[in-house]
Design a protein around this ligand. Structure first.
Ligand code: GUN
Ligand code: FE
Length: 423
């Protein structure tokens, strides 16, 4: 058992922070929160306490949509909309992951940066290349970080140099599943790139594989207007973009993440609700590629599952602090554009999305309630705390003004993680 003391904040519900000033968190040998206590219980007087003093202790960040092979392009090439952006900048970069040496060079830095940013769990797209994808999974395992890692399937409207066949993605995913069997923190996920990149045959076989092996699914949905129109012409029989996944078993038949959903409404929205499909909101990406503003507050009001993602490299930064900030800011623009009809997001709501909302995809993750995995960050905001700010105000200022350099300690599933090697 371990006991930590600090200024503890978390969001068991989206509407408010729960704050425990100089409180204690009791963590079991299995790395789970046993309970939070305002004072040290008498029966635990003999257990040594790790006291983090006046620092903040918060649940770690969860990034539910990010492209590891786009790490080199981060903060570059954001002058096009989605479809030309993919063809011009993204596909040529992903092609390079056929080279395992290059893949190691980039993937090491990518995993290091997740650690640095305090993102203890992520849902990650790799590329079509099985060897590089296995390597990425190994780097997560070595770092002690939790992740869902997906080998990407794409067999139409894709350049020859970045296409695979249904057999290849199925075989490669089976290898990944075998490789990660019994891995407690790193798991495989079925990853069709998006409907325009995948033939009906590929979608169908991936849906069957998800069902056979009970694997979760991740993809993109209704990100950009040209993309949505393209899907309607590619799939005239589908009643919505979402239905084009659903009819192949890729839309909530197993746990499913759909990034973006800027234009999700009507039947597609109902299908997502009925099937418990997660919306992964990527406001930084949606700003950079001029995609749109997803109605996240409305999704939350309707009881949908919502998480946040950086979507690097359409998103230009790996920091979930920045994503939270963008989520609030774009929701305020939407509020203004809708003349006040769509309420904007509050700080506790976006913090909930970045912690417990996304964490729920991994099990009991993202909160300090009893039974939750102890995924946590110790934050030193002393340089920002020069007057009588409340603990909650300190967290607000950290989210807007702070960065990874303020994180002193990172825990994933109860384990303190050392810095992973860059070479
Ligand atoms: N849709 C299909 N592929 C991608 C991608 O790599 N990034 C984003 N933002 N959208 C996509
Ligand atoms: Fe994406």
């Amino acid at each position: 058992m371990k006991i930590y003391r600090a200024n503890i904040l978390h969001t068991p519900t989206p509407d408010a922070f729960q704050v425990l000033e100089r409180g204690y968190v009791i963590v079991s040998d299995e790395g789970r929160v046993e309970r939070l206590c305002p004072t040290l219980p008498d029966d635990l007087r003999d257990v040594p306490v790790t006291d983090f003093g006046d620092r903040l202790l918060i649940p770690a960040m969860n990034d539910l949509h990010v492209h590891a092979p786009q790490y080199r392009n981060m903060s570059l090439a954001m002058d096009l909309e989605l479809l030309p952006w993919l063809n011009t900048y993204t596909f040529p970069e992903e092609r390079r992951f056929a080279d395992i040496t290059y893949a190691g060079h980039i993937y090491r830095r990518f995993v290091h940066e997740l650690w640095m940013q305090g993102t203890m769990r992520s849902a990650v797209f790799a590329t079509i290349h099985p060897e590089a994808t296995l390597l990425l999974a190994d780097l997560f395992t070595e770092a002690g970080l939790g992740a869902y890692v997906g080998l990407v399937g794409m067999d139409r409207n894709s350049p020859d140099y970045l296409s695979n066949t249904t057999e290849e993605v199925v075989e490669g995913t089976r290898r990944l599943v075998e490789h990660l069997r019994a891995n407690p923190l790193v798991h495989p996920i079925i990853t069709p790139r998006f409907v325009p990149s995948c033939s009906d045959t590929m979608l169908h076989r991936l849906g069957q594989l998800a069902e056979e092996l009970q694997l979760p699914v991740q993809s993109h949905l209704s990100e950009n207007m040209s993309e949505v129109e393209w899907v309607h012409s590619l799939c005239p029989d589908a009643s919505s973009y979402g239905d084009a996944y659903y009819r192949h078993g890729l839309f909530g038949q197993t746990p499913t993440l759909m990034a973006h959903c800027c234009y999700t409404e009507g039947e597609e929205l109902e299908l997502m609700k009925r099937n418990g499909v997660y919306v992964v909101h990527c406001p930084m990406s949606n700003s950079n590629l001029s995609s749109g503003i997803a109605p996240v507050r409305t999704f939350m009001e309707q009881g949908m599952r919502v998480a946040l993602g950086t979507d690097v490299s359409a998103g230009h930064n790996m920091s979930m602090l920045r994503v939270m900030q963008y989520a609030i800011q774009v929701s305020k623009l939407r509020y203004a554009e809708s003349k006040g009809r769509c309420r904007f997001l509050s700080l506790s709501e976006v913090f909930y999305l970045a912690t417990k909302g996304g964490g729920s995809f991994f099990g009991h993750v993202g909160s300090f309630e009893p039974g939750y995995d102890f995924d946590a960050l110790v934050v030193d905001d002393s340089y920002l705390n020069f007057d009588n700010y409340t603990v909650e105000q300190r967290l607000e200022r950290y989210i807007y003004l702070g960065d990874d350099r303020d994180i002193r300690v990172r825990f994933c599933a109860g384990r303190e993680l050392p810095e992973p090697p860059l070479e």
